[in-house]
Design a protein around this ligand. Structure first.
Ligand code: FES
Length: 79
């Protein structure tokens, strides 16, 4: 699903970046994906995805998480 229409970012791309690049802020998520915020409408959704990834609440519905289906905390602790 397209989350950011300005930069054509999908939720999958954002989750992947959260797990592989480990950004800490919404601004860093854009940077990891090679873009920058434009209108800002997607910032809240991106923050939610980031918080889910960092909080380990992504086990269901996150196909890119190497810890999917297991109880885990932040991906940084899993490395
Ligand atoms: S929808 Fe993401 S910056 Fe506009």
């Amino acid at each position: 699903m397209i989350v950011c229409s300005c930069n054509v970012l999908t939720d999958t791309a954002i989750r992947t970046a959260c797990h592989t690049e480990r950004p800490r802020t919404t601004g860093e998520v854009y940077g990891c994906l090679g873009c920058s915020p434009q209108c800002g409408r997607c910032a809240r959704t991106i923050k939610t995805i980031l918080d889910q990834a960092l909080g380990g609440n992504c086990a269901s519905g996150c196909s890119v998480c190497p810890m999917a289906g297991t109880a885990h905390t932040a991906p940084a602790e899993a490395a």
